[in-house]
Design a protein around this ligand. Structure first.
Ligand code: FAD
Length: 293
């Protein structure tokens, strides 16, 4: 199913992001994660592509498993900045063969020292996908501004270019302060960007996340999270409990504010995804008119 159809039928779409195993890893290692995710039943599952610049992504393989073995809807990420036009076209054709109906068009992070290639921005990729595929095209947006952009005005102008090229929904970078997201929403709506926007939430449940991925995104860290880390960094179970509680609270507040969707960066941790889903599901189901109790 196309994600645009999900947004037509639901007030709040709920999805997960996972990453594929490394090229030389045994693919069956991810089966149990995919089975657990199927039981949790998000509306769709997005699969990252070449994160860190590697070209050997198994995104299509995982999208195929999701769609054709586990019966879930995949959103296949596709980056362009480190690829040739031919490589990008081949990647799209591969997704077409699998029957993928949703692609997230991304620039990707430039490999340091690498010469400029055939693609500079996600907006260079969108027309290529449109030409070769019938899939819905999503794109990324940044409530705190993309780290490379001079200011928010410029970043939102560039975001509008992507949407005007035919993007049907946006997924945000992770953030921990809902007011930042809500201010961003006001600005993008004023700029005339009217496609559905899903809020990206990453539960901080592991010590390693604080130094790695979170620092990379440049997301602001609220005092509450800094306190959580200071107290529980070396107590893994308490850190997970506190991280699940924080993400739950953040999501319920966003649902209260009328967000159109939540995209959970689950880092392949189905246990944490299940814990959060159990906390929010009663409210989510009532919002979507699916409460059968
Ligand atoms: P763009 O939209 O191209 O924007 C990049 C920068 O260029 C911004 O500063 C923007 O303001 C500016 N810009 C855009 N268009 C123009 C223009 N026409 N002229 C001048 N300036 C312009 N990375 C991966 O490697 N794999 C993944 O699977 C992946 N998934 C992601 C999923 C989400 C939801 C998000 C938020 C990010 C993801 N990333 C992923 C990271 C992403 O690739 C990086 O953040 C990258 O630096 C920017 O990608 P983009 O598509 O947002 O770029």
């Amino acid at each position: 199913m196309k994600i645009s159809k999900l947004f037509e039928s639901k007030k709040a779409v709920y999805s997960f992001e996972i990453f594929p195993p490394k090229v030389n890893d045994d693919i069956s290692k991810i089966y149990s994660t995919l089975e657990s995710i199927r039981d949790i039943a998000p509306d769709y599952v997005s699969v990252t592509y070449s994160a860190g610049g590697s070209k050997n992504s198994r995104t299509a393989e995982i999208a195929d498993l999701l769609k054709n073995r586990y019966g879930m809807e995949p959103l296949a990420h596709l980056t362009c900045v480190n690829s040739t036009r031919k490589e990008v076209e081949e990647a799209i054709e591969k997704l077409n063969l699998i029957g993928v109906e949703n692609i997230l068009a991304l620039r990707g992070d430039r490999i340091e020292g690498q010469d400029k290639g055939e693609f500079n921005y996600a907006s260079d990729l969108i027309p290529v996908i449109k030409r070769l595929s019938n899939a819905d095209i999503g794109a990324a947006c940044y409530p705190e501004g993309h780290p490379e952009s001079k200011n928010m005005v410029e970043d939102i102008r560039n975001l509008k270019k992507k949407v005007d090229l035919g993007v049907t929904h946006l997924n945000t970078q992770l953030f921990f302060d809902n007011d930042v997201f809500l201010n961003f929403m006001d600005k993008v709506r004023l700029a005339g960007i009217d496609v559905p926007i899903q809020a990206g939430i990453m539960p901080l449940v592991k010590k390693s996340q604080f130094g790695g991925i979170v620092r990379m995104t440049g997301a602001g860290i609220p005092t509450k999270i800094a306190r959580m880390y200071a107290r529980f960094a070396d107590d893994p179970q308490s850190l997970e409990d506190a991280g699940v509680a924080y993400a739950t609270d953040q999501i319920i507040d966003l649902l209260s504010a009328g967000v159109q969707g939540i995209h959970l960066y689950i880092m392949n941790n189905a246990r944490v995804a299940r814990r959060i889903t159990e906390n929010i599901k009663p409210i989510l189901d009532r919002i979507n008119g699916e409460d059968r109790s």
